[in-house]
Structures are given as C-alpha cells and as structure tokens.
Design a protein around this ligand. Structure first.
Ligand code: SIN
Ligand code: MN
Length: 200
C-alpha cells in the first residue's frame, strides 16, 4: 500500500539506547507514574499512560487535551530525554522540537483502537513513535476511517514517522506479541509518541 508520509525505521534505536529509554521512563515514575486513563465515554483504557515534556496528552470524562501537569500527582511532566529530541531532529524535517511525549504501556492483553492523532495545534508537524519491548501488531490506514488498512510489526527499537498525508492516518494497535522481547522487566511494551502539541 502506498501511504505517502508513513516511514518505518527498523531497529533505529540500538540496544543500549533502548535500555536507557526504559530507565528514563522508570525513573520518571515518582513524578509521572503510569495511570489507567478513561475515555470521554467513560471506558477504562487497556493501556496505562504517562507523559514527558512541557505538555502531556490526557483523556478523561471531560475529553482529550494537552495539560502541563500529571492528573494524579499534579507535578509537571519530566523532560523529554535529549536522545529522543536528537532522533526527532534527524528523522523528521520539523522546524521545531517536540513538546510532548506520550508514554503508553501495553501489558500482554492491551490494545488500542483505530484513531487519529488530532489534538495538536499544527498538523504540519509530524508524529514520531519509538517502540520498546514486546512486538506490536500496529494497524494503519488512511485519513478516512473507512479506508483500507494494513498491519506492520513494530519491534523493540523501531521508529516510525507519520508525516504529510499519513499525519492524520487512522492507526491503532491490534495486539502485543507477549514474550518477544526481554527489554522490559516483567514483559510488555512501551511506546513513546513524540509530537509538537502547541504552536511553534
Ligand atoms: C498511539 O497511537 O498512541 C500509540 C501507537 C503505538 O503504540 O504504536
Ligand atoms: Mn495515536
């Protein structure tokens, strides 16, 4: 399928950097612990979430939004690791750095339904995601929900960029292949989604 603007960089993040990123997420737990978000419809999501960066993406009964503080601890989000800012600068042509890094944790049974990322101010900025830990069956389609979709396996260290016509592509995670990685103690998958949420 030709989906202009979707780019996959398999194994872009090496083993040492994968470990460093997991350690950064874990050491951010005091200020920014994973919590289980609720959709505006009141459903608990199967993924757990937290954020890094000036602003973080939230969902609760009042809707989707970016906020400057963790909804439970009230603390500012810890900073985005410089390594992630560096790969954003290398792999995208964005004219400003990301200000938000959503951190999703998928246990073996977690998934994410098809959705668009559209809570950001300016869709000319790309979305970049880094996969860590167990392999995900990622699904991506087009800008219309009814467009055909395909699946891509995202393994630990893979980076993908949604830019151009793929920026508003529907995407989601069908399932996690448990036991495919030993990176995260206890198993599971962490996805880091970098975005420019506020106007540059
Ligand atoms: C997301 O769209 O928020 C996450 C995608 C992924 O986990 O790969
Ligand atoms: Mn998304």
């Amino acid at each position: 399928m030709a989906l202009t603007g979707f780019q996959l960089f398999p194994g872009r993040v090496g083993a040492d950097s994968q470990h460093a990123l997991v350690a950064a997420v874990m050491s951010a737990q005091t200020l920014a612990p994973f919590y289980r978000p609720v959709t505006p419809g009141g459903q608990a999501m199967s993924v757990r979430m937290t954020n890094l960066g000036a602003v973080g993406w939230l969902t609760d009964k009042t809707g989707y939004r970016y906020a400057q503080a963790h909804p439970i601890t009230g603390a500012s989000w810890p900073p985005i690791p410089p390594f992630l800012l560096q790969i954003w600068a290398e792999l995208t042509d964005a004219r400003a750095p990301p200000d938000a890094c959503l951190v999703n944790f998928y246990d073996a049974g977690a998934r994410m339904g098809l959705h668009q990322d559209r809570d950001e101010a300016d869709f000319s900025f790309p979305v970049m995601s880094v996969s860590l830990g167990d392999t995900a069956i990622f699904r991506i389609g087009g800008a219309d929900r009814s467009a055909p979709t395909r699946t891509v396996r995202l393994s630990s260290g893979d980076v993908c960029v949604l830019a151009g016509r793929a920026r508003l592509a529907f995407h989601g995670v069908d399932r996690i292949l448990a036991g495919t990685s030993r990176l995260i103690p206890g198993g599971g998958r962490i996805n880091l989604t970098l975005r420019r949420a506020r106007p540059a």
